[in-house]
Write a protein that binds this ligand. Structure first.
Ligand code: NAD
Length: 438
């Protein structure tokens, strides 16, 4: 199959690389020349484990290329994937579809033969019908089909998720389009990965419902964590005891500083707006959005409490800034709420993160960047563990405590325990929904 992939972000690039690894001929298109320069050079503009190796393999095999010329890229393509961003629209929380419609208009203007236009971006219910209308309006009489094929990959495990998905969702409106999609995903269906084939609206809804459900699960355990702190229960054991029930499952039951990232915050907001627009308000999702904001704010209060009520002129070391480990993505990371609030309260914040610098250096003015956790914590009044990168999971807490001015830890990912911190010489330790001291 010949495939054009419009957008080489986290989703477009991973999808393009993996589809070329299936044996398809893939041309990836982007408007961002700086990204294209890196890509043509065989370098990935994002940090995603394993992506550089797979990209080099398929570029070397002549199946994968990069261009800014959309017309050339879509010439003769069987399928044209749209994988551009759908951020929150400023002010109202709706998904901003201007990148999607912009790309579709360009595709329609330059298409010559029948092709399937596949929306991989996360878009509100009804968008694919609007995509079809836009193509018809731009090029009356053109033969095409529209397909909704939302993506479920997780940053940090994106290749594994694309190559071994729990399911692939395909929303179609014609047999011809269904056949094209079946050909594209045959390497997965042959290995028995489920392909859910449905209509356009259902496919669009599956994506939002899935993300909102996961955000709800995270928020639920965060609320239980707050209650654990008041009652003396340990949320880690509560989550384990709950999660071992197969009906519940253990994933997404980790209490922490609130969900962030490029998807959950914007997708929950967009789904809430879709519900309001259709007079079917999603009250659970609306509560989740509100509670998640409160959870992030609560973390700031916890850190200030740990520092005896004020962080003014205190040195706070923050370990981890990205919204989760194994990615350089800073979009809506809890650190973007917590770190500026600490600086606003007069703290001197020293940060360390293995991948965040490129994006976060401009987003977090006023912090001091350190090379490792020990440099960040030397002489500090408190350490805040914010992202559970592997390098922060096995710290020498004894050495750390010795080098700090006042050894206090806010473990916002529940990596250590009160007993461990106490044995290492810490004076104070707080976690999320777990025992703390003094
Ligand atoms: P991104 O912002 O990383 O990348 C989008 C890319 O599209 C950019 O490189 C941009 O330059 C390019 N672009 C925009 N308009 C273009 C045009 N007209 N022609 C060519 N290139 C254009 O976005 P992302 O994180 O990859 O997300 C893309 C979509 O996938 C979103 O709808 C998102 O919700 C969804 N999604 C993201 C993830 C994730 O983990 N990031 C997971 C599942 C789904």
């Amino acid at each position: 199959m010949k495939i054009a992939m419009i957008g080489t972000g986290y989703v477009g690039l991973v999808s393009g690389v993996c589809l070329s690894d299936f044996g398809h001929e893939v041309v990836c298109v982007d408007k961002d020349e700086s990204k294209l320069a890196l890509l043509r050079d065989g370098k990935t503009p994002i940090f995603e484990p394993g992506l550089d190796v797979l990209m080099a393999k398929n570029m070397g095999a002549g199946r994968l290329s990069f261009t800014n010329n959309l017309k050339d890229a879509i010439a003769g393509a069987d399928a044209i994937f749209i994988a551009v961003g759908t951020p929150s629209r400023r002010g109202d929380g709706h998904a901003d579809l201007s990148f999607v419609f912009g790309a579709v208009e360009e595709v329609a203007t330059n298409m010559s033969d029948y092709a399937v236009i596949v929306t991989k971006s996360t878009v509100p219910v009804g968008t694919n019908r609007k995509v079809a209308e836009l193509v018809e309006k731009t090029r009356p009489g053109l033969k095409f089909d529209v397909v909704s094929n939302p993506e479920f990959l997780r940053e940090g495990a994106a290749i594994e998720d694309f190559m071994r998905p729990d399911r692939v969702v395909v929303g179609v409106q014609s047999d011809r389009a269904a056949e094209v999609m079946a050909d594209i995903y045959r390497p997965l269906s042959l290995r028995d990965f489920p392909i859910v084939t449905t209509d356009l609206e259902t496919a669009e809804m599956i994506k939002y419902a899935a993300n909102a459900f996961l955000a709800t699960k995270v928020t639920f355990i965060n609320e239980i964590a707050a209650l654990c702190e008041r009652t003396g229960a340990d949320v880690k054991s509560v989550a384990e005891g709950m999660g071992l029930d197969n009906r519940i499952g253990r994933k997404f039951l980790h209490a922490g500083p609130g969900y962030g990232g490029s998807c959950f915050p914007k997708d929950t907001k967009a789904l809430a707006r879709i519900g309001q627009d259709h007079a079917a308000p999603l009250q659970i999702v609306e509560a989740v959005i509100k509670i998640n904001e409160e959870v992030k704010r609560t973390m700031i209060d916890k850190i200030i409490d740990l520092c005896d009520g004020t962080v003014r002129d205190k040195k706070i070391a923050v370990l981890g800034l990205t919204f989760k480990p194994e990615t350089d993505d800073m979009r809506d990371a809890p650190s973007l709420t917590i770190v500026p609030a600490l600086i606003g309260q007069g703290a001197k914040v020293h940060v360390v993160d293995p991948e965040a610098y490129r994006e976060a250096s401009t987003m977090l003015p006023g912090v001091t960047w350190c090379d490792d956790a020990y440099a960040a914590t030397a002489g500090a009044d408190a350490v805040v563990l914010l992202t559970e990168w592997n390098q922060f999971r096995a710290l020498d807490l004894t050495a750390m405590a010795k080098s700090m001015a006042t050894p206090r830890m806010a473990d916002l990912r529940n990596i250590y325990s009160a007993a461990h911190a106490q044995d290492a010489g810490f004076e104070a330790y707080i976690a999320v929904g777990r025992p703390s001291f003094p």
